[in-house]
Design a protein around this ligand. Structure first.
Ligand code: NAP
Length: 258
């Protein structure tokens, strides 16, 4: 069966790659794109461009909406899609816990699948899962995520998801010295249940993460690097195919690949 796909954010760094991958795929038809600036519209292959998601859905009836936009827009897109029977595949990061909870309720009510993947790269998903395995035995963890300097949200969705996975196996406790003091605010990074996340933003980087797990006389370092955005595309393709078979909220690609 041909899957009809729409892409939100087609001019973006991720959106451009996703459009190219969808156009190449034999089982997908790119039916439309959502771009909030129509004057800079995407015109490749005469794909219709919409500024309103409701209008896009009404006129082109996609099965799946791939969202690669910005944290401020993605939640509304996802809710409109679900309300209209369109399955969201979401790569945009920056969801709050409350929004995730609301999404979970909406998916339950509508009984159609939705994937929110903080990282579509298979290698990164394995790095997160291996970190969770290791944290059971080495619970002192620091996460260092590194991204290009055009990224809006910090810490990255991948770092937050990694911390959440580790939290499932690590009892919360404050790491570092008990009277530790920050001489400069922010020096110890973000604190998630006593575990610390550090965000680096530099031109030249794409998406990189190191998880450091320290123990007596030892250090385990798990590292993943996305050097180009093509590293995310196999995960997007897999998610589009897989979401057609699902009727729940999937948060993280590990639920469909492991
Ligand atoms: P980007 O280059 O800034 O692209 C975002 C695009 O969305 C821009 O073209 C922007 O247009 C457009 N946009 C903004 N508001 C919109 C709206 N309301 N409706 C439709 N389009 C809108 O960012 P990116 O690097 O492609 O990243 C996009 C998102 O994916 C980010 O949240 C990023 O963190 C995430 N990401 C996820 C993964 C993953 O594996 N899950 C990997 C990399 C990145 P204007 O520029 O004209 O405003």
């Amino acid at each position: 069966m041909m899957i009809k796909v729409a892409v939100a954010g087609p001019r973006g760094r991720m959106g451009k790659e996703a459009v190219a991958s969808i156009l190449k795929h034999n089982d997908f038809e790119l039916v439309s794109v959502l771009d909030h600036r129509k004057e800079e519209a995407f015109i490749e292959n005469d794909i219709p461009v919409f500024t309103s998601l409701t209008e896009l859905i009404y006129q082109t009836a996609p099965d799946v909406l791939v969202d690669l936009t910005v944290p401020a827009a993605v939640y509304e897109h996802a809710i409109i899609a679900l309300d209209n029977g369109v399955r969201p595949v979401i790569g945009t990061t920056g969801f709050t816990d409350l929004q995730l909870e609301e999404m979970r309720k909406k998916v339950e009510e509508k009984k159609i699948g939705c994937i929110i993947a903080p990282n579509f790269s298979i290698g990164a998903v394995l790095m997160m899962k291996f970190s969770q395995m290791a944290a059971k035995y080495l619970p002192d963890v620091e996460i260092i995520e590194m991204h290009h300097d055009q990224k809006i949200d910090a810490p990255s969705g991948t770092a937050i998801k990694t911390a959440q996975l580790i939290n499932e196996v690590r009892p919360p406790f404050e790491q570092g010295h008990e009277v530790e003091e920050e001489i400069l605010a922010g020096a110890r990074g973000a604190n998630v249940s006593g575990m610390h996340i550090h965000s680096v933003r530099l031109p030249g980087l794409v998406a990189h993460q190191q998880v450091l797990l320290g123990g007596e006389g030892q250090l385990l370092t798990l590292r993943h690097d996305s050097f180009t955005r093509t590293s995310f595309m196999s995960g997007i393709v897999l998610s589009i195919t897989e979401i057609m078979k699902q009727d729940t909220l999937i948060y993280g690609l590990e639920d469909i690949i492991l």
